[in-house]
Design a protein around this ligand. Structure first.
Ligand code: SAM
Length: 232
């Protein structure tokens, strides 16, 4: 049963979905998230969108196996083009991809977002790109979560329509996450600092071109910014 083996990461994404929402899960390899939402009774209708044939077939297989074919429509489509007007979708979930790909999907499918009330995203990396996109496209972050599973750390952003403005720290670290400063948050950014130092060391002796100088300055200022927030 999908309800029993769903990852904590996807359960956390599911927790942001409102009761009775109509959800389109984009990049719905296996359709685990929509199946879980239906099986737990949180929602009654969903779309599972997939751009690749293999994951689309897996999604279709699971939906049929779980007996949910009347409630979940599986579509082979690029990004938000899996959503049709008659679906009455009000919530988009996009999980398990990089922040840049998620932003591209949102940007390319802007016209599909008019009737959408909530976007829940779980980027594996580069959440900052999505926060910037939100500011420039009339979305605000209403809550965030950070969690660790199998030694990987994940962030979840829950967004609603509305104007927003975030400073550099909030864009990088998350406006709610950087106030909360949880144990997992600290671990994530301590890991990042170690990684940024490793990159700095690897380019230390490189020829000082404009790009290298820019990269060094960017890394140093990110390290300073994060250290200040973590007070280390
Ligand atoms: N959402 C699931 C999760 O979090 O476990 C699956 C994540 S999987 C790593 C990413 C999925 O997104 C892949 O199945 C991939 O084919 C799909 N994908 C990537 N770009 C897409 C796009 N533009 N439109 C729809 N699906 C896409």
């Amino acid at each position: 049963m999908i309800t029993e083996r769903l990852s904590n990461r996807l359960k956390a994404v599911a927790s942001f979905v409102e009761e009775g929402a109509v959800v389109a899960d984009i990049g719905s390899d296996h359709a685990y998230l929509p199946c879980y939402l239906l099986k737990t009774g949180k929602i009654k209708q969903a779309i599972a969108g997939e751009v690749a044939k293999g994951p689309y077939d897996s999604a279709m297989k699971n939906v049929l196996k779980e007996g949910l074919a009347d409630s979940i429509t599986v579509r082979l489509a690029d990004g938000l083009f899996a959503v049709e007007v008659n679906d009455l979708v009000d919530t988009i979930t996009i999980a398990g991809m990089g922040g840049t790909l998620i932003t591209t999907i949102l940007e390319n499918g802007k016209s599909q977002l008019e009737s959408i009330k909530r976007i829940i995203v779980q980027p594996n990396i580069q959440s900052s790109v999505i926060r910037k996109w939100a500011v420039f496209n009339g979305w605000k972050i209403v809550s965030e979560q950070i969690l660790k599973e199998d030694d990987k750390i994940y962030e979840i952003l829950n967004m609603e329509k509305g104007s927003s403005s975030y400073d550099e720290t909030e864009i990088l670290l998350g406006p709610f996450l950087c106030l909360e400063k949880s144990v997992v948050f600290r671990e994530k950014w301590e890991r990042e600092i170690v990684e940024w130092h490793r990159v700095l060391l690897s380019i230390e002796d490189a020829e000082e071109t404009d790009d290298i100088r820019k990269k060094k300055n960017q890394l140093k200022s990110q390290i300073d910014l994060v250290r200040e927030v973590l007070a280390i």
